[in-house]
Design a protein around this ligand. Structure first.
Ligand SMILES: CC(C)(COP(=O)(O)OP(=O)(O)OC[C@H]1O[C@@H](n2cnc3c(N)ncnc32)[C@H](O)[C@@H]1OP(=O)(O)O)[C@@H](O)C(=O)NCCC(=O)NCCS
Length: 170
C-alpha cells in the first residue's frame, strides 16, 4: 500500500469510493466540492496494485480571533474489502505529518471517538464547531494538537464546501 496526494485524474475513483464505504450517506457532493477547491484542501489516496483503496481530505480552516493554522479532517473512507488492514490509520498519520511540517497547530475531526481516539484525538472543548452539534454528539468533536502551541479558543471558520449546517447536524 502506498499513500500519495491525489491528482485530478483520481477524482472519478475517489468519488466512486464513497457510496461503497458509506452506503447510507451521500458524501459525493461534498467530496466533489472539496476536490475542486484545491486551494483549501489536501487530499491523499492510498493505493494498492494501482487501485485507489482509501481517501482522506483535510481542509484548511481558521479559528475566529486567532491566527493559528487549523485543519479539518473529513471525510475518510476505505474500500470495504480493504478495511481493518491499517489503511485508514496510515492515511491519517501521513496527513498529520504533512500538516505538522506545513506548520498547522491543530487538526479537528467530527467522528467516532472509538476510532479517532486510537489516532491521538481527544475531545475538543475550546474550538467550537461552525454550527451547533446535536447534544448527543458531544464526544464526536475531537482534535489533535500538532505543535507546542498555547491553548486557543474560538469558532472554527470553514470554507464554502463545509458551510452547510446539515453536514453538522445530521
Ligand atoms: C472507519 C474507516 C475509515 C477505518 O479505516 P480502516 O482502514 O478500516 O481502519 P484501520 O485498519 O486503520 O483501523 C482498524 C481499527 O479501527 C477500529 N475501527 C474500524 N472501523 C471502525 C468504526 N467504524 N468505528 C470504530 N472503530 C473502528 C477497529 O478497532 C479496528 O481495529 P480492529 O480491526 O483491530 O478491531 C473505514 O473502516 C471506513 O471507511 N469505514 C466506512 C466508513 C466509515 O464508517 N467512516 C467513518 C469515518 S469517521
Amino acid at each position: 500500500m502506498q499513500i500519495r496526494p491525489s491528482t485530478a485524474e483520481d477524482t472519478g475513483a475517489i468519488i466512486a469510493l464513497y457510496p461503497r464505504a458509506f452506503p447510507e450517506e451521500d458524501l459525493v457532493p461534498v467530496v466533489r466540492e472539496l476536490l475542486e477547491d484545491t486551494s483549501t484542501t489536501m487530499s491523499l489516496v492510498a493505493t494498492a496494485d494501482d487501485r485507489i483503496v482509501g481517501n482522506v481530505i483535510f481542509t484548511t480552516c481558521d479559528v475566529d480571533g486567532s491566527d493559528v493554522k487549523v485543519s479539518l479532517l473529513a471525510p475518510l473512507a476505505v474500500a470495504p474489502d480493504c478495511q481493518r488492514q491499517g489503511v485508514g490509520s496510515a492515511l491519517v498519520h501521513d496527513g498529520l505529518q504533512r500538516l505538522q511540517e506545513a506548520g498547522f497547530a491543530l487538526v479537528c475531526v467530527l467522528g467516532d471517538p472509538a476510532y479517532y481516539g486510537r489516532l491521538g484525538f481527544v475531545t475538543e472543548k475550546g474550538v467550537d464547531t461552525p454550527y451547533p452539534l446535536p447534544a448527543e454528539w458531544g464526544d464526536a468533536w475531537q482534535s489533535r494538537l500538532l505543535g507546542d502551541v498555547k491553548k486557543f479558543d474560538g469558532r472554527l471558520l470553514v470554507p464554502p464546501p463545509w458551510q452547510h449546517p446539515e453536514y453538522w447536524t445530521n
